[in-house]
Design a protein around this ligand. Structure first.
Ligand SMILES: [Zn+2]
Length: 171
């Protein structure tokens, strides 16, 4: 080692300080254990796709698209898996779609959602987009849901100053 070479530093991991999550649920018994809650990891200091939630809070439903080959990515990413380009842009997605498939949750709901049983989840094809997205479907009893049913993307507030999207049945 010459005098010009910097002294080798001891390798130390730089970890973000853990941030306790605001509990989900209005009452104590509806709260979700922190270890199951990944929402705090969506903040800007943890991920470069946090703009998805910031846009959603403003009523925009967005994702990233590769400027090199035009691939529309879901979920939003910072690298195109097709061409490995990091030159991506944020785009607005269509808000309307049609149900490709769905399922009713009649038992065994995730923690914090037990009181909402029965509810519907499914895959929706966004109109004019190559994307088929998974999400909750609301606004129609599960017995009345149908494949091909028109739906609309609906951003909504989640307790704890959070935001997410769901699909609402039209008509
Ligand atoms: Zn690409």
């Amino acid at each position: 080692m010459t005098a010009e070479e910097p002294a080798r530093k001891k390798r130390t991991a730089v970890l973000a300080e853990p941030v306790p999550a605001a509990p989900v649920g209005k009452t104590e018994d509806q709260r979700v254990p922190y270890l199951l809650d990944f929402y705090p990891l969506e903040e800007a200091r943890h991920t470069r796709v946090s703009a998805f939630y910031e846009n959603l809070r403003r009523g925009r439903f967005t994702t990233t698209r590769c400027r090199h080959d035009g691939t529309v990515l879901w979920p939003p990413r910072v690298i195109c898996p097709k061409c490995h380009s990091g030159d991506l842009e944020w785009i607005d997605l269509p808000r309307s779609g049609h149900v490709y498939a769905f399922s009713a949750v009649l038992a065994g709901a995730p923690l914090g959602m037990e009181s909402e049983v029965p509810f519907v989840v499914g895959l929706t094809d966004l109109d004019g987009s190559p994307l088929r997205l998974f999400g909750r479907i609301v606004g129609r009893a599960w017995t009345e849901c149908r494949v091909g049913m028109p739906v609309e993307v609906e951003p909504f507030e989640v307790p704890g100053e959070r935001v997410f999207y769901r699909f609402r049945a039209k008509g």
